[in-house]
Design a protein around this ligand. Sequence first.
Ligand code: NAD
Length: 493
Amino acid sequence: MAPAVRPSEAPMLDPALISRLIRRVAAASGASATTTSAPFTGKPLAELPQSSAADVAGAFARARAAQAAWAARTPRERAAPFERFHDLVLDRQREILDIVQWETGKARRHAFEEVYDAAGGTLYYARHAPAMLRRRRTPGAVPGATRTYVHHRPKGVVSVITPWNYPLTLPVSDAVPALIAGNAVVAKPDTQTALTALWAIDLLVEAGLPEDLWIPVLGEPAEIGDALIDHADHVAFTGSSAVGAHIAQRAAARLVGCSAELGGKNPAIVCADADLDRTVDGVLRACFSSSGQLCVSMERIYVHDAIHDDFAGRLVAAVRDMTLNAEFDFTADMGSLTYRRQLDRVTAHVEDARAKGADVLVGGRPRPDIGPLFYEPTLLAGVTADMDACDDETFGPVAALHRFGDEDEAVERANATGYGLNASIWTRDVARGRRLAERIRSGTVNINEGYGATWASYGAPIGGMKRSGLGRRHGVEGLLRYTEPQAIASQHV
Ligand code: NAD
């Protein structure tokens, strides 16, 4: 592994910036919580207002009042601020890259993925949503006499609940289509990464979004979690499968819609004819981007027997060459984990595998010499079904290498999990890649790419099968989930 560099002593976030961002949080009680730059120094980062259940109810009431006038605008009028928002995100990227790094500890190159996604996804909907929302005629019951059309009414006020791992991408990619479809949004980001979401909200208001259409609340799930479901007309949740199941049940009891983007234990299949240089490079990124704290990252790598040893040797060498640091530049290949509990989980998975006989091919140690929550990029071999790292999502920089003999075995083992979020297939024969892809039960499959090809295809839906989720984001599906199709048929007498 290339020499580690100690965390930057870069100046902390400007207090004036923090004050500007937190003023939008719906929180009347005066309660607050301190976030720290845990990944770097553990020093306090910001004092954030905390909302009560009553604050959440108040936020929904304000959002509901603002939504009626917003819905009365045409889709094209609603899309206009989002084109400006796209430009502002790119213009101000240094500011948000710093905030994302301070809050998450991820490498700057991975923070940049967020800027790219937030800008690209927004522009996609700003340009294409008006056409997707256009009313459509359907054949009438009595040709000539009955005329029928369908139009897409906004649902009302949407709850957008997001985790900490992609704190810019996730709130933006869920809120933007909801807003362009004519809804208002009440958003609850994770407190550790709230400033990133607040920055996006502030910037969109600067770009022209009327006040009260995207209202943030912050707080503990035990205090405000239920209120976020009980007042919503749709819930867009991203997070763990356990919490997603609870939220989907609570929404179902009120008969309101819920889309849930949940966990994964994503496989890569490396065929005998794979381009090994490209595959090593792509698998490396797919395993260790944002320190593996990425729902679509690869944690299981199935390699054909014929190339297994060659591939494993090259991959281990590439991992050894990775640079770990938390500098505010683009020198690091990987940064820190974000939460202490993630470090504990990663350590427990690796130690459990080691104790039960797995080999640690490279990595396998925390790195407190770099920062309190750093862990080495790690490859395991010999992982078996009795080990936690086999089927449980690690959500960290740990992947297991496995061998396979033929395609049927690869597909069977790739599918042998309760998750079905993302998969990748590496082969020079794209027709074979597609054939295999259609046999994998996951919402997305990338061929000769880890996750970026599907993630950045904003026009194509992404999401999970099995325990990985309900519904889709991106594309027409990611927009129309926030609408009620209404059919209007008239008899022309
Ligand atoms: P989590 O489920 O604990 O929390 C996610 C969010 O939900 C947080 O904002 C949290 O405060 C909130 N929350 C928790 N309990 C709640 C409740 N009862 N009511 C309302 N809100 C509640 O998830 P996490 O551990 O913070 O995030 C990591 C998980 O998210 C991983 O499993 C990862 O795979 C998944 N994830 C999925 C995607 C995707 O697009 N499929 C993207 C990113 C992360």
